[in-house]
Design a protein around this ligand. Structure first.
Ligand code: HEC
Ligand code: HEC
Ligand code: HEC
Ligand code: HEC
Ligand code: HEC
Length: 158
């Protein structure tokens, strides 16, 4: 009878060991991705985060222009969603842990609801794909790397 519980004990022990190992790792190794895979309608894009940050020698802030007083950058999609739709309205603030983040788009830190006239103008906040295309390609045009009309498949998998 008791035998049945052994595998669970083993799994719990392994998870506990992993948690300890994770806690002992340097902060950066944990939170900064080496590569990110971006799935989308244009074909998957693999972005070598570590190579861009280390080998090409850019600062975090060259790309993460989200100076919002949080310890680590948040994903671009938290502010540049696929659409400013109902899901964005009801979910977006959960991605942030600082009030400075709200002030990136709102005039004041919003309460529960927001009057129509207090809603941010989304006209100058690029949507997700536009934000990526603009940032990736602007820098490539200046510093090397794929950009322009013929460059699509240097980033997108066919
Ligand atoms: C060349 C541009 C670039 C540089 C330089 C860069 N990053 Fe990023 N970083 C990105 C992109 C693009 C993503 C993917 C964001 C997404 O999927 O929305 C990302 C993702 C991240 C994430 C994961 C965010 C999440 O919650 O999904 C962290 C953390 C991060 N970067 C930290 C850093 C740190 C720290 C530095 C400096 C050592 C740095 N980055 C340098 C472009 C860059
Ligand atoms: C905390 C919110 C926030 C995060 C996170 C964020 N942005 Fe933005 N971004 C904005 C806002 C707001 C604007 C509108 C113009 C402005 O206020 O700077 C903007 C503007 C832009 C623009 C157009 C203007 C410019 O600066 O060139 C690009 C391109 C862009 N973001 C790309 C990105 C990318 C790529 C990431 C992730 C590496 C990212 N953003 C992360 C809020 C954010
Ligand atoms: C990237 C810009 C951006 C950031 C950062 C941001 N917001 Fe918003 N927020 C918006 C936009 C845009 C709307 C309005 C969407 C619409 O109705 O068109 C909105 C709407 C809201 C609403 C009204 C939701 C509803 O259903 O009526 C609340 C509440 C809110 N935000 C709270 C916050 C809080 C709290 C923070 C910080 C923790 C925050 N927001 C950060 C862009 C942002
Ligand atoms: C701040 C500048 C900067 C930004 C932003 C940037 N890159 Fe780059 N990228 C470079 C440089 C510099 C190179 C190297 C060019 C060379 O050596 O020929 C490069 C090379 C590349 C290459 C070809 C070599 C490789 O690493 O595979 C790809 C693919 C690439 N970048 C994808 C992206 C994507 C996707 C984004 C946006 C999410 C992005 N880059 C954003 C600067 C940038
Ligand atoms: C420097 C790398 C790079 C180049 C070059 C590039 N893209 Fe992209 N593209 C991206 C990234 C990154 C995304 C956003 C992925 C995501 O949403 O996670 C994207 C998104 C897209 C999307 C999805 C839009 C959506 O709303 O889902 C399409 C379609 C697209 N690109 C087409 C193209 C075409 C056509 C070209 C050539 C003219 C091109 N791309 C060149 C990196 C690139």
């Amino acid at each position: 009878m008791k035998q049945r519980y052994i595998p669970i004990t083993v799994i719990v022990a392994i998870l506990a060991a992993l948690a300890v190992a994770g806690g002992a790792m340097p902060e950066q190794a944990q939170v900064v991705p080496a590569r990110t895979v971006m799935d989308n309608n244009g074909g998957r894009v693999i972005f070598s985060h570590r190579i861009h940050a280390d080998e090409y020698g850019f600062e975090c802030a060259d790309c993460h222009h989200d100076d919002i007083g949080q310890e680590r950058p948040v994903s671009c999609g938290s502010c540049h969603p696929k659409a400013f739709d109902e899901t964005f309205r009801s979910e977006h603030f959960k991605a942030f842990s600082s009030e400075d983040a709200c002030l990136r788009c709102h005039d004041d830190v919003p309460g529960e609801t927001l009057a129509e006239e207090d809603r941010p103008d989304t006209g100058n906040i690029p949507l997700r794909a536009d934000a990526f295309h603009a940032q990736c390609m602007d820098c490539h045009e200046e510093n090397g790397g794929p950009y322009g009309a013929e460059s699509c498949y240097q980033c997108h998998a066919r």
